[in-house]
Design a protein around this ligand. Structure first.
Ligand SMILES: [Zn+2]
Length: 387
């Protein structure tokens, strides 16, 4: 009976069940027994620990209601802790309100969380940057979303991993990159993409493309890429690096196939077999793949569009031992409806483990595909969960 009371989560002023008592028990005994059983049921619920810990990460997953006050809260609410026998859990504000509870004024569980508000604000600013002829000033951008320039800059960086200026630059550069692949001449591409002086483009392009525009268009011509193959617990591993940093980490059963793939990606680069110095770097990467929670303190040569870079930045923020859904990532980068594009960016990642796309799972928690084999994804996640 007490169990049923908890699960049905009666509103605070509804008549308690069996209040008239039954059989030989007195009213007082029935009530006390019911409260104790309700408390035990709540304490056994894993959500209770999150309430006790005021776990911010659980906000949005559920709300809890307190029968004695008639109020429901986010798990992280700073209000005085409730007695477990008076607590009921609900999937969200709508369910709690349908059961007769009202939102706590302190933690406002029915309002969008600060993180959600920030993501929406930043998404709006990103669209403004993308559609503007010239880069809007920080003051104008901040003003358009009702924030101070200082606060806006901090929020933008926290959500995207980039400053507004770097985002505008990356967006313009990704347009330049698309144009380069099909334009007749590099100069034309530069002007089509909105660069006013080609000198400025050449000055910044190396940082974005990892090579000069002409070299990029020609599939990495005149670029030196060192690579080496090794074995790790997940099978064969290929590590490749330009002089800017690691540009590929790939996993597979067949080492030759991994080398051919690298060649296909950079058909015109000078692929150079690793020397002793490079072998030392490969050993560090293999050590990292075996124990990702240790982190990899080596520069990455990340090549992708501005959007892909935002996704990859968000992936790198998922700690080892945790996973996120495509929807989580889409929300974190301020593009909540871009789940398919997020999945595409995960699939386009060329740097296994260091950009941990294996930590992204389907919205229902099931493993989704993995460029280097779903069994390797499972093995990596199991290893990280144990660490
Ligand atoms: Zn509250």
């Amino acid at each position: 009976m007490a169990q049923a009371l908890h699960e049905n989560a009666l509103p605070p002023n509804a008549p308690a069940r069996n209040a008239t008592g039954a059989g030989t028990e007195t009213k007082a005994e029935t009530k006390a027994g019911r409260a104790a059983a309700a408390a035990r049921a709540v304490e056994r619920d894993p959500r209770w620990q999150k309430v006790v810990a005021r776990d911010r990460a659980a906000d949005g997953d559920f709300v809890y209601a307190v029968r004695t006050t008639g109020v429901y809260c986010r798990p992280s609410c700073a209000a005085r802790p409730a007695k477990p026998e008076n607590v009921a859990f609900f999937a969200g504000p709508a369910e709690a309100e349908a059961a007769g509870f009202r939102a706590c004024r302190r933690c406002t569980p029915n309002a969008a969380s600060l993180a959600e508000q920030h993501a929406a604000t930043v998404a709006k600013a990103c669209r403004a940057i993308e559609t503007a002829e010239a880069m809007p000033s920080l003051k104008a951008l901040a003003g358009s979303v009702g924030m101070s320039p200082y606060h806006f800059h901090r929020v933008f960086k926290a959500v995207t991993g980039l400053t507004p200026k770097a985002y505008a630059t990356a967006h313009r550069d990704s347009r330049a990159k698309t144009e380069l692949a099909r334009a007749g001449s590099v100069t034309e591409a530069i002007y089509d993409a909105g660069f006013h002086s080609s000198g400025r483009f050449y000055a910044t392009s190396n940082a974005v493309l990892g090579m000069t525009p002409t070299a990029y268009r020609a599939g990495g011509v005149d670029t030196d890429i060192r690579f080496a193959l090794a074995q790790c617990s997940l099978g064969a591993i290929l590590v490749a690096a330009s002089d800017r940093g690691i540009c590929a980490i790939s996993l597979g059963d067949d080492p030759d196939a991994l080398a051919r793939e690298l060649q296909d990606r950079f058909p015109n680069a000078n692929l150079i077999g690793g020397d002793a110095e490079f072998e030392a770097l490969v050993a560090r990467v293999v050590g990292f793949v075996e124990a990702p929670q240790l982190g990899l303190d080596l520069p990455l040569d990340v090549r992708g569009t501005a959007f892909q870079q935002r996704v990859w930045q968000a992936l790198r923020a998922i700690p080892a031992g945790e996973t996120a859904s495509y929807r989580d990532i889409a929300e974190r980068i301020g593009a909540p409806t871009a789940m398919r594009a997020v999945a595409g960016a995960c699939a386009a990642n060329a740097i296994a483990v260091a950009i941990p796309c294996h930590r992204v799972v389907r919205n229902d928690g099931a493993l989704s595909g993995y460029r280097w084999g779903v069994e390797r994804k499972r093995a990596l996640l199991e290893k990280e969960a144990q660490a």
